[in-house]
Design a protein around this ligand. Structure first.
Ligand SMILES: Nc1ncnc2c1ncn2[C@@H]1O[C@H](COP(=O)(O)OP(=O)(O)OP(=O)(O)O)[C@@H](O)[C@H]1O
Length: 534
């Protein structure tokens, strides 16, 4: 081995080979004038080739002046390693980032070991004068160079680079500024920064159901290999349904925040036909939630299939479903049910990864079953009226209260009445800045609940009376039309209106709580009205 080679491969005066190379780079960058640097670096690179070290350079910008994503990812990876090891750091907020990132400055280097291989990253900067345009300006080109011994070539090119790219991309995703996209007419997405405060901590709902949704999302986020193994596109559909003001939009924001995803709020009425829908969806990015709110109001995508034959053929995928809208618009400038189904199942979803598709509706029963069947909408989540547990979350959010003597009075009222979390939240908004604000809000809530309870009872009584009268009318009618007289006794009891949620008396016991803070009866009642079915 020649003396030169020995100097590079052995432990020379500057430490390890790689460190020596880095040292030389640094000296060149710092102490040689710009015009000489290019020549010297070419010479050094020739020596490097001679020393059986390999270098891979990642430039900050690609040929077409686009920022190189690989550069950003590797930069993020390096900055995550140990900024404390660098003497000179640079601080920057990336274009799409929300965080200040510290990374090694120009001419700094970082060495690390990967599966026994010593690797060294070096940050370089070249400045050249650009005189080709009207204005003279200095062009700064940055690059990250990886140097390693050639015996590690396969390890680096096949494993290490992929490994750090993946890590770097994860960091970029975590730090990025998330966006809320909406589609405008003319088929484009426009966006604003997504900065919604909703989280699973401040959403009011049954804690068990909340946990179930969180677990489902976690399983989805870890499902990359699972989805690949079973041959399914890595996407999951959620149907959120329930009355207005029960938190469907809030839930979407909480899901996106939890997953660190962007949101694409797709307004179907603004989409000019199925091909525009396809184009819009192909433009959505991975790690996103695609939302269609109030799907029942969107272009009549409800129960439109006329015959059982239609249902059968559509299910087999043999026939495009023609909905009324299509019939009214022969030029096909609207989104059809089949277009939407194709989008959920179709090719586009195989080119994207990690996407949630969320539909919301106030009227689940109005939707075409094909649209919400499992496989398309995998999880159906009912968001319902506020329960006592949900109220406690709102009281903590809005009034900073974990307990209060009025809670005891409120607990049974929540079991006997229907009130949306939106209404409760409105009542709990602080009215004054006085100390007794919480008391005022809670008293107001008690009054509101009592009024609802009285109104509901009145309505239930009226409904029962009406039913009785109708039945009596029917009996009289059948008596008069019946030639043979029949003696019977009409027994009619006011039926419990499931929808009104009225329970007789103080049936609910708020005192006997289970471990998770709900009482058993409460749980069973709630599970009737609120939760997720899967
Ligand atoms: N479950 C909840 N937890 C916390 N806050 C809620 C909840 N539900 C509603 N809210 C409050 O009420 C407001 C309205 O709720 P949201 O828009 O999420 O309801 P929605 O079910 O989507 O209504 P709509 O069907 O009318 O679109 C929210 O901004 C939030 O402050």
């Amino acid at each position: 081995m020649s003396r030169m080679a020995e100097m590079w491969t052995g432990v020379g005066p500057f430490g390890s080979t790689l460190a020596s190379i880095m040292f030389i780079y640094t000296v060149i960058e710092r102490y040689f004038p710009n015009r000489l640097r290019g020549y010297i670096l070419t010479y050094v690179n020739r020596i490097l080739a001679f020393t059986r070290n390999i270098q891979i350079t990642v430039h900050e910008y690609t040929g077409d002046l686009q920022r190189n994503l690989a550069y950003s990812a590797i930069e993020a990876y390096i900055s995550s390693k140990s900024p404390k090891d660098f003497k000179r750091l640079t601080a920057q907020v990336g274009r799409n980032s929300k965080k200040l990132v510290l990374t090694m400055d120009d001419n700094e280097s970082m060495t690390e070991e990967f599966r026994g291989a010593k690797l060294c990253w070096y940050a370089s900067k070249t400045i050249s004068e650009n005189k080709s345009s009207y204005y003279n300006f200095k062009e700064v080109k940055r690059a990250l160079t990886l140097v390693f011994h050639q015996r590690h070539r396969d390890l680096v090119t096949e494993v290490y680079l992929n490994h750090i790219l993946e890590k770097g991309m994860t960091i970029l995703t975590r730090n990025r500024q998330r966006k809320l996209y909406t589609n405008c007419r003319y088929g484009y997405w426009s966006h604003v920064v997504l900065d919604h405060p909703a989280t699973f901590d401040n959403i009011a709902m049954d804690p068990l159901k909340k946990k179930e949704i969180i677990d489902d999302l976690i399983a989805f986020s870890k499902g990359k290999h699972y989805y690949a193994k079973v041959g399914k596109a890595w996407k999951r559909g959620y149907l959120l349904y329930g009355p207005p003001g029960t938190g469907k939009s809030t839930m979407i924001a909480a899901m996106a925040n939890f997953m660190n995803y962007d949101i694409y709020d797709l307004e179907l009425t603004a989409v000019q036909g199925n091909s525009e829908l396809r184009k819009l969806l192909l433009e959505t990015s991975n790690k996103s939630v695609i939302v269609i709110e109030d799907i029942d109001c969107s272009l009549g995508l409800t129960r439109k299939r006329e015959t059982a034959k239609d249902v059968k053929e559509e299910e087999k995928g043999k026939k495009d479903v023609k909905d009324q809208i299509t019939e009214q618009n022969p030029d096909n400038k609207v989104v059809t049910l089949s277009g939407l189904l194709n989008f959920i199942d179709g090719l586009w979803s195989t080119c994207g990864r990690e996407r949630l598709i969320v539909f919301t509706t106030n009227y689940k029963e109005k939707l075409d079953p094909a649209l919400i069947r499992r496989g398309r909408m995998d999880k159906h989540i009912e968001l319902s009226y506020c329960c006592f547990e949900g109220f406690k979350i709102l009281a903590r959010n809005y009034l900073n209260l974990d307990s209060h003597h009025l809670f005891e009075k409120l607990c049974p009222l929540f079991n006997e009445t229907q009130i949306t979390p939106a209404d409760v939240a409105e009542i709990l908004m602080p009215k004054t800045n006085e100390e007794d604000d919480a008391e005022i809000c809670l008293e107001e809530l008690i009054q509101a609940l009592e009024k609802r309870k009285a109104d509901a009872r009145l309505k239930a009584e009226e409904d029962a009376k009406e039913k009785l009268l109708t039945k009596e009318g029917e009996v009289k009618k059948s008596e008069s039309s019946d030639s043979v007289g029949t003696n019977f006794e009409l027994v009619s009891t006011p039926s419990k209106d499931k929808g009104s949620g009225i329970l007789d008396g103080e049936a609910q016991n708020c005192g006997s709580s289970t471990k998770d803070g709900t009482n058993e009866e409460d749980k069973s009642n709630r599970s009737k009205g609120e939760g997720s079915e899967n």
